[in-house]
Design a protein. Structure first.
Lengths: 226, 226
DNA sequence: TACTTAATGTGAAAAAATTCACAAAAACAC
DNA sequence: GTGTTTTTGTGAATTTTTTCACATTAAGTA
């Protein structure tokens, strides 16, 4: 039986995002070029991995000269279709939605939240500059702005309904913050962000690490018994 | 050269979180047991994968009888050390920090934000019930509550400094929302959550999908030319 | 110009993750 | 109780990802 999944995000693409973040930082620090070694150090991967990833996306550098940071960044922007503007909508203007709507980095990266929606659009209107609409205008506005990607920040219980409405209105990609797995047609991409899981996975590793450290201490006490 | 990374989160563990979310939902829908097939459908993976993952974490079911949902959930809680309470701190009470501090699901899952910190602790004090302290009390409170895990929601520019302070105070795991890669000693786990990247990766896939669909249409127009 | 050095880029090898395939166990049927 | 069916659990096979290794290229040097 084949996999059912459709939300898989390739490791190499994930790392391209990572490299870009590193490059931006290195650039800010005044650097103009990098070697795979430098970037690898910065990103926490191996230099081979960096070169292999670049190879996959057909990014070329200069033999012995490394990579020009600006050129790299530009190539990456192309990968992300960054030249174009992307219109986004956000559904659910509660605590999280409000924070996201104020997040300026989205715009810095050409992702423009053109409208937000809430079942109760009057609640947050005063606290934000982005328009807040009722759900009845979802389809109209998504189509007007040719929106293809949406953020869901409504309670768990409403998420699937909102998702269905978005898909009906023509949305093809969703970042979902509600802790449910959304059901969508196969041509609609969903990226679930589950902050509880992120926190819990850290707790998991911390406890394991502590356990391992504890065991090491025991070993130190009793010596190597192998 | 070996990898430098230390923030890798194993796929199988990620999926255990996924399975738990699915199981909770299935339970809510009134189900009491599942087969690997059912859970796989729900989680969007293959049944083999489910069984293999369970095998890795030494979770056993009943031949021909599938798995009892409650037992599964309990075993998973053990994996996550869920029986214990986990004290967490949150640094940075801006837009995102405020939303996170109000997120009730953390507590539902035994993760208790015992205190929050901000360079300007008076700003948000009125808007939240969790105490907001100045950075001068970080070490004291972390040690008093035996906090091992922290959330960073401060601006990019301050994140490394805050991270260093947390590590000095004894924190062993960090969920970082600032879009920078933090440098930590090897025994400190960092999980970076980059919401821009999550959004951009969806945009990437949507555009590729659209491109592929476009190509398919061209193929349909011209027939199979192989 | 020729020689040395330092980096990339990519097939090949190794490792890791996933899928296959089937023996073993349990439930059910008669 | 015997036979059939269904599902688990896990080694083996396969696929994917990562790492290795080195030929290739460019820069520096004398
Ligand atoms: N607050 C956080 O920090 C946080 C963190 C991670 C995940 N989440 C998740 O994000 C979602 C929102 O969390 P929140 O804390 O902002 O909750 P919230 O209750 O503050 O906000 C939810 C908003 O959605 C609106 N809403 C409800 N039903 C709707 C519908 N059918 N259509 C349109 N809008 C609707 C509500 O009016 C409200 O404004 C939840 O699923 C939550 O689990 C929140
Ligand atoms: N707002 C969002 O939705 C969002 C989304 C993704 C990521 N982020 C990231 O999360 C971080 C916070 O975002 P925000 O929108 O909440 O920003 P914000 O400016 O609203 O909040 C930052 C808070 O950190 C505090 N702070 C600044 N320096 C500090 C220091 N040295 N020690 C302690 N506290 C300090 C400030 O007083 C402020 O309250 C940023 O790094 C941002 O990139 C935010």
């Amino acid at each position: 039986m084949k996999k059912f999944t459709k939300t898989l995000i390739k490791n190499s693409l994930r790392r391209i995002f990572l490299y870009r973040a590193c490059l931006n930082r290195l650039k800010m620090m005044g650097m103009e070029k990098v070697f795979s070694y430098t970037l690898a150090m910065e990103a926490g991967v191996s230099p081979d991995q960096v070169r292999k990833d670049f190879s996959e996306f057909n990014i070329k550098g200069n033999k012995r000269g490394g990579y020009n940071i600006d050129e790299l960044l530009e190539k990456m922007e192309n990968i992300f279709y960054k030249n174009r503007e992307h219109n986004i909508v956000l559904v659910g203007m509660g605590n999280l939605g409000l924070a996201l709507s104020k997040y300026s980095r989205f715009l810095q990266r050409n992702m423009n939240i053109v409208a937000t929606f809430d079942i109760d659009p009057f609640k947050q209107k005063a606290r934000t500059e982005i328009p807040v609409y009722g759900m009845d205008r979802l389809k109209e506005i998504i189509q007007r702005f040719k929106v293809k990607v949406a953020i869901i920040a409504v309670p768990e219980i409403s998420a699937q309904q909102v998702c269905d409405d978005l898909v009906k209105a023509g949305v093809k990609g969703i970042v979902n913050f509600a802790p449910v797995l959304l059901k969508t047609p196969p041509n609609v991409i969903v990226n679930n962000v589950n902050l509880c899981d992120e926190l819990e996975s850290v707790i998991y590793y911390v406890h394991h690490q502590l356990k391992i450290e504890g065991l090491k201490n025991i070993e130190l006490l009793y010596g190597d018994m192998k």
